[in-house]
Design a protein around this ligand. Structure first.
Ligand code: FE2
Ligand code: FE2
Length: 317
């Protein structure tokens, strides 16, 4: 697929910068662009650049599942490198896959290789590195799943779930990720704790109460986003891998005003006390109602204004 920008296209992108500072901070956010899944996904990524050039935000936030390979991340991030607005990103499960000889293990990608690529191309990698600015503080993590978003009563044993396979259908993290040093038996619970520990440390670094605290995670914490009515157990099985409700206490422990998440390829909104939760991913082409990158992006790119601890979604996404 044609994943490289043409030279003229690259140079056509000049520095995106908002002409007037002050007033509300403008945040654009989405997730799950999956640039390597289809040519139209790559075109949509380029379209984000065009939108940002025409109407620059203060901050662009991508909540994971950008590309499976390090090369894909480099190709994607470099075409935004000349924009002067802040670019924030965290990885999702697909970004941590390690399916080829040349790809490092998932820990190495999360802790070392992806942050290095971000440094090279002027992006801010959020895990273990909160972004704290004049108006907002953004904390980010991939987070993980531990089967807790399944219905309270379900027919699956822990062993069946940890196999990540239902009949012929595989949950690919179980086959494509590589987590050296962790026992397979309690792998997902261990990963939930690993990401949780880092996230709590990061949240602890944001101590200024005047800043609006924003949390970005790839995996959601909310069973409310899942629809189990009328579907078979064979399909419901995969709800095990959609996130973890065990992170939810974080929302009551920290004054988080906005939670942007991804992974589930559907748009959702939830109000949790004082926190607005948005899920507004790009998803894969077969899930798009209109197979046009610009039209689809208009539906899913969140445009949020942040001022005085208040957050307003300006485009109804
Ligand atoms: Fe995704
Ligand atoms: Fe994902």
């Amino acid at each position: 697929m044609g994943c490289r920008p043409t030279l003229s296209y690259h140079f056509a992108w000049t520095l995106g910068q908002r002409p007037i500072k002050g007033g509300p901070l403008l945040l654009y956010a989405t997730s799950d662009v999956h640039i390597d899944s289809h040519e139209l996904n790559w075109q949509l990524w380029q379209e984000i650049g065009r939108v940002c050039e025409k109407s620059p935000p203060d901050v662009l936030l991508i909540a994971g599942d950008l590309a499976e390979s390090l090369d894909g991340w480099s190709r994607a991030l470099q075409i935004f490198s000349h924009f002067s607005f802040q670019k924030l990103i965290l990885p999702g499960n697909h970004d941590l896959w390690s399916r080829t000889e040349s790809e490092p293990d998932s820990f190495s990608k999360y802790e070392k290789d992806l942050p290095e690529i971000c440094n090279q191309h002027g992006w801010h990698y959020l895990p273990k590195n909160p972004w704290i600015h004049r108006e907002i503080a953004v904390v980010g993590s991939c987070c993980w799943y531990d089967y807790s978003l399944l219905p309270g009563v379900h027919p699956f044993s822990h062993e069946e779930l940890s196999q990540k396979r239902r009949g012929p259908v595989k949950w690919m993290d179980g086959f494509a990720c590589s987590w050296p040093g962790i026992s397979q038996e309690r792998l997902d619970e261990t990963l939930v704790e690993y990401f949780r520990g880092q996230l709590l440390q990061d949240l602890g670094m944001v101590s200024d109460p005047s800043k609006t605290l924003i949390l970005a995670t790839h995996f959601p914490f909310y069973q409310e986003f899942l629809r189990y009515e009328g579907i078979s157990w064979d399909r419901a099985y995969f709800g095990a891998f959609m996130g973890s409700s065990s992170y939810r206490d974080i929302l009551s422990s920290f004054p988080i005003k906005l939670h942007i998440c991804g992974h589930l390829h559907r748009r959702e909104f939830l109000k949790m006390d004082d926190c607005s939760v948005y899920l507004s991913p790009v998803g894969t082409v077969r899930e798009w109602t209109v197979k046009d990158p610009a039209a689809h992006l208009q539906r899913v790119l969140l445009k949020l204004e942040v001022q005085n601890q208040k957050i307003e979604c300006t485009n109804g996404a």
